[in-house]
Design a protein around this ligand. Sequence first.
Ligand code: SF4
Length: 399
Amino acid sequence: MESGKAEEIGLNRAFIVALPSGGFRSGRRRPFPDDVARALASKENLLRLDSLDSEDRGLRDIWETLVLTGRRCTEVLSVRLECISRLNGLPLFWHDQTKVGNFDQAIRIPERLFLRIEKRQEKTVTRFIQHKGRPPTAQERLSLALFPRRPTNREGLKAVSYTWFSSSFRGWIDTLDIVSACVPHQARHTLATNLLKNGADLTHVKRYLGQISNEMAEHYVHLANTDPRLESALQALWVAGPGSAEPGILLSGGEPMTREQAEALAIDLTRQSTPADGGFCTFQPVVHGDACPWNLNCHSCDKFVMSGADLVYWHRKREQWRLLAERAPDSATADYLHEVFEPTARAIDGLEKALEAVGLLDEALALDLRRPQDYFGRVWSTAFRSQELACQQDGGEAA
Ligand code: SF4
């Protein structure tokens, strides 16, 4: 009506005014507020989500995939059985971005999501065997839905519907003590703003999330109002590493220490430290540039400390060890592996407790995608020897 188009085509004003709006609700472009995000990720509430899925169609698996990948709902609902694989050891999630015409796209996913989808695959295959009396062939596996719907789906090709998912999601939200209305798609906005907050640039975000409009990209940048204090708070919280006498003991809470406290600590905790794999080296000769006398064996070294920003790294390590132990050929080997990893497990527990005590645990866990280099490896992993670069430079100048 405003543009004059209605008049031009002779559309009756009364008809336009009477037409229902289509139920647009504001807030769909917003990331989840912190309290809602916490509620939607809490273990207890996720168990409740599980319990709503009486036929075990994968309600929680779909939700966790949405949260961890930031895909559109339909992209996740419609994935096929063979939607995960490993490439050079990295877990990947394969899907079609039908809305923007990108098919068979892969993104890297966290290990725990990979394992969750593997379990879902097993359930879907079991269901297929119950119906058909035989496992699916390799060819059938390519076309089977990972989340098959129940009605009119003898071949298992049709996926659960968006209506089923969104109404189940709404049913779940209604059972939670959440003030704001929320929709699953907000998980995508939450991931986008978290990526930006944690150091990814817009190119990374666009690449990870698939195509996003310029308008949406600007919206994300505007929202990702980073709080540099958070990062430094996480970095300032240190616990003793697995190689120390007391793994997991809190060394620094980001607060100034008393002289007595400082003297009681075995490790020199001046702020001078240097980054190491999964934490910091506090051995001053190394910090000041000397070679490491222990051949960089940091995880067994008592000079190594872990910060709040390294929690997710250690979670991944714990998962790897757990898998290793699970796959051990006998229980003696599994026990041995558990024993070897025990100091590290204690250090991780200590780190979690320390983070929880200062209210930073959620933020530390939310740093899952904090390192864009994990996802967009080439830029970060393409390195050159500085000497060779210098030679090139000399050669260039000589030429
Ligand atoms: S092994 Fe110990 S001293 Fe050497 S770099 Fe690692 S933490 Fe520092």
